[in-house]
Design a protein around this ligand. Structure first.
Ligand SMILES: CC(C)(COP(=O)(O)OP(=O)(O)OC[C@H]1O[C@@H](n2cnc3c(N)ncnc32)[C@H](O)[C@@H]1OP(=O)(O)O)[C@@H](O)C(=O)NCCC(=O)NCCS
Length: 171
């Protein structure tokens, strides 16, 4: 549904419950369960530790979607480890997850989140944005490609699920 009044703002940990609710709503409607990895309270909680950034989209007070930029540093979740070679781990950020509730899709929210993550990352000294997307997830792939990302590898992640590794240099 087209909606010109959607706003985006930074979230705090108090939103984790509502994020899990949106995640369950969206997973229940997925055409293929391999499209999305289910996050837990704990895997979301770490994404609120600075310098990572979690943004939410709102229609008035209604919470309609979210985006997560995870800056993992030396943590094993850093997607830089999946590259053939990498520089300083602190220079990589992961566009970890964007979810928009079904009735609010088609407003370019994923691209808006990615643009905000890129601006924020540049200010935080990040040089490369990375993201993994299922080859079956045409909507997300299209949005990353429109945002300047390129596929650099095909990976098996999260217990054998196929993922494209997307890369964007933002230096
Ligand atoms: C990926 C996602 C965030 C994109 O949402 P978005 O930013 O609102 O998408 P866009 O604005 O680019 O939508 C473009 C068009 O595709 C349609 N579309 C987007 N996602 C769709 C989906 N999952 N199923 C069907 N149609 C979809 C939109 O309705 C719109 O159609 P329109 O041009 O006729 O209005 C959203 O599909 C989603 O939450 N998917 C489930 C979670 C997921 O896969 N996240 C990405 C994992 S990294």
């Amino acid at each position: 549904m087209k909606n010109d009044n959607l706003t985006i703002r930074k979230l705090d940990v108090g939103y984790i419950g509502a994020m899990l609710d949106i995640q369950e709503e969206v997973i229940a409607a997925l055409p293929n369960p391999d499209l999305l990895r289910r996050n837990t309270y704990q895997t979301l909680e770490v994404c609120f530790l600075p310098p990572s950034l979690v943004l939410g989209a709102f229609d008035g007070d209604k919470f309609v979607g979210f985006g997560i930029l995870y800056i993992a540093g030396e943590d094993s979740e850093n997607l830089a480890y999946s590259l053939d070679s990498h520089g300083d781990l602190c220079e990589y950020a992961n566009v970890k997850l964007v979810i928009v509730r079904e009735g609010y899709r088609g407003n370019g929210l994923q691209r808006r989140f990615v643009k905000l993550f890129e601006e924020y990352s540049k200010n935080a000294g990040i040089k490369v944005l990375l993201s993994t997307v299922s080859p079956l997830n045409g909507y997300s792939s299209r949005n990353l490609e429109m945002s300047g990302f390129k596929v650099v590898k095909e990976l098996k992640k999260y217990g054998g699920k196929e993922r494209y590794l997307y890369y964007k240099n933002i230096e």
